[in-house]
Design a protein around this ligand. Structure first.
Ligand SMILES: Nc1nc2c(ncn2[C@@H]2O[C@H](COP(=O)(O)OP(=O)(O)OP(=O)(O)O)[C@@H](O)[C@H]2O)c(=O)[nH]1
Ligand SMILES: [Mg+2]
Length: 622
């Protein structure tokens, strides 16, 4: 059996070597362990020094190949099991290693998806001052893509700096049988070298090593992995109308995200077959939180690893009064019939009219002063955690908040009950000098009620509630998600279509002040959005098989997209006057004209796609 290097070993080796070889040998000793021939660390150090005089090692390789894990286990004593929770690296992480005044160097841990063709990737700087490049390949994965990236990386780096040492780590071999390991090493070695030869890089020398952050305890890791649950999978949400809903899987809906509670990886550690239940009664939103699991991790068995506090993490976000006993929760269902929506009824909306499945919805608006609404809202807003990125709970004591709620009014026991479907919050900003500019802040339609047209209805109701007020300037949206942008485009396009200034003939004449004025006056749509709606409706009015007409449309959109570039160009002229050529180069990553045109085209295509979706929806709604 070929022994493989447990990655932490080279480091301890290095420390032993330090006394032996004296200062300045650090990079050499790190690589020497893997090489057969004698190695002159001193001379390498001179060649590879970076401006701060510290040798630099680069860690590169595909995503999830294990680069950061290696770095953390080897140099920061992280236990291998903890690496399961490492987040993907999204920028170059530079780490100064200085275990003593002699052993000093830098490790640069790269994100898995570096793009050498990106103009921000400065090959000269990165490879120029580098001593060794460690390329990590996940041996447990299909390594064809990794080999392609290895080739690209090595050839790029070699052209800039032929003195770099290339170390290829065939990594995660703990999961491979002995035969498999040998075969993987042989195969990777051969393919990588053959490819370099074919491309004429005969003199590039790659060294290969079988590596793992796990010692002989790989079985532990496998076991440990069975204690990791996807938090989105584990959580069941429900709006309970009647007792049978509790047992009925069809009433369960899932979160779209849970990183705000369970961290970036959206995973929970410590349980097998974990199920978390977060149930609300459909009207009053009385809340139940519970969890079940088959097994919990035993800290004695797993280096002291303890299970995550799931109940603690969720309950920290719930207002007091939630229940952890399911019977207590079920008992509250009989109070649902007394529940009535808050505030003023603004609008009603029905679907499947005239059929047996006809459903009725009601839209209300209210302020926090409405009796009982404050504590109701505290429960309602907890849904944001699972559906709105970077959700924050608002300060309801500020009296400029307005709340809009949708309820379904459904028949029950010979009477009617209400179920919450979604809601929105709007903040009334001042607009200088004496106007108000409402801003839609949060907007949510709960999953069981999505795709019924309720989002469009809610948005229209918000608009309508402000239309007649001449103090309202226009309506804005805070940090809209892509989904909300689609909804807003659809609703605004539908409404603007009815305005005279957006008639087909006028659309072909370009974007005008008349459109801006009319959209603002009649619909409270702001200028930026009016421009977007103009582009959508003009696209609809454009005959795409008429090449001239289509081209005129594209140019019109691209001219708008080009405005930031024009600004950049005028900034550039100013800088040109102030800086010499050298300074100018280091200040700006000037893009060429071709790149700019290519970028514009890409941007245009993205936008055209978005517009097509909106138009499809418009067509379907007619
Ligand atoms: N089995 C096994 N898993 C490993 C080993 N090294 C790392 N891993 C796991 O591989 C996964 C990815 O590790 P990272 O260190 O985040 O990978 P990376 O290359 O830095 O990923 P990016 O930052 O996305 O490029 C983690 O779940 C680690 O626990 C190893 O030697 N054996
Ligand atoms: Mg990483």
């Amino acid at each position: 059996m070929a022994p493989y290097h447990r990655i932490s070993d080279p480091w301890s080796y290095e420390q032993e070597e330090e006394d032996h070889y004296g200062p300045g040998y650090e990079v050499g000793s790190y690589t020497k362990d893997y090489n057969d021939g004698p190695y002159d660390g001193e001379s390498d150090l001179n060649v590879n020094s970076n401006p701060e005089g510290k040798p630099r090692i680069l860690l590169m390789g595909l995503r999830r190949s294990g680069k950061s894990s290696i770095q953390k286990v080897v140099f920061h004593k992280m236990s291998p099991n903890e690496t399961l929770f490492l987040e993907s690296t999204n920028k170059i992480v530079k780490d100064e290693i200085s275990n003593s005044s002699f052993v000093q160097f830098q490790i640069w841990d790269f994100p898995g998806q570096v793009d050498f063709f990106d103009s921000n990737f400065d090959c000269e700087m990165i490879f120029g001052g580098c001593g060794a490049l460690v390329f990590v390949i996940d041996a447990q994965d299909d390594y064809i893509d990794a080999l392609m990236k290895l080739n690209l990386t090595v050839t790029r780096a070699y052209k800039v700096n032929p003195n770099i040492r290339f170390e290829v780590f065939i990594h995660k071999v703990d999961g491979l049988s002995d035969d498999h390991k040998i075969e993987a090493q042989r195969d990777i070695h051969q393919r990588a070298n053959d490819e370099l030869m074919e491309e004429g890089f005969d003199s590039v020398n790659l060294s290969f090593y079988l590596t793992s952050i796990y010692d002989h305890s790989s079985y532990k890791k496998t076991l440990l992995q069975t204690f990791i649950t996807d938090s989105n999978e584990a959580l069941d949400l429900k709006l309970v109308c009647e007792l049978s809903d509790v047992q009925n899987d069809e009433t369960t809906f899932k979160p779209e995200m849970s990183h705000q509670i369970f961290g970036e990886n959206e995973s929970i550690f410590g349980y097998q077959n974990l199920k978390i239940s977060l149930y609300y009664t459909a009207g009053k939103l009385n809340t139940y939180l519970g969890m079940t699991y088959k097994a919990e991790v035993d800290p004695k068995q797993f280096d002291g690893a303890i299970a995550d506090d799931v109940m603690g993490a969720i309950s920290a976000k719930l207002p007091p009064g939630y229940m952890t006993n399911l019977d207590d929760f079920v008992a509250t269902l009989n109070k649902e019939q007394t529940f009535k929506p808050f505030g003023d009824l603004l609008s009603t909306y029905s679907i499947n009219k005239g059929s047996a499945t006809e459903r009725h919805f009601q839209l209300y608006s209210c302020t926090i002063e409405e009796t009982g609404f404050r504590s109701y809202h505290e429960r309602l807003q907890t849904f944001l955690l699972w559906y709105v990125d970077a959700a924050s709970f608002i300060d309801v004591d500020d009296d400029r908040w307005r709340f809009y709620l949708i309820f379904e009014k459904y028949p029950c026991d010979g009477g009617h009950r209400y179920a919450i479907c979604g809601y929105a919050t709007v903040y009334l900003y001042f607009a200088y000098p004496n106007k108000t500019r409402p801003r839609i802040s949060q907007f949510l339609v709960l999953p069981p009620f999505q795709r019924l047209g309720l989002g469009a209805e809610l948005l229209n109701v918000i608009y309508r509630s402000f239309l007649k007020d001449s103090n309202i300037l226009d309506i804005t949206v805070e940090d809209p998600s892509d989904e909300f942008t689609r909804l807003r485009d659809f609703v605004d396009a539908q409404n603007c279509k009815k305005l005279p200034s957006f008639s087909k003939e006028k659309l072909h004449q370009g974007f005008t002040a008349e459109m801006v004025d009319e959209a603002q006056r009649d619909l409270k749509i702001n200028k930026k959005q009016a421009r977007r709606v103009y582009e959508i409706l003009r696209f609809q009015a454009t005959n795409l098989s008429d090449l001239e007409e289509y081209r005129a449309y594209r140019l019109d959109v691209k001219r708008r997209l080009n405005i930031p570039y024009q600004k950049e160009a005028s900034d550039y002229k100013k800088l040109q006057k102030a800086l010499n050529a050298e300074e100018l180069r280091s200040t700006l990553s000037t893009s060429t004209k071709e790149q700019r045109i290519e970028n514009l085209e890409k941007q245009y295509q993205t936008i055209e796609n978005e517009y097509r979706h909106t138009l499809e929806r418009l067509a379907a709604s007619q």
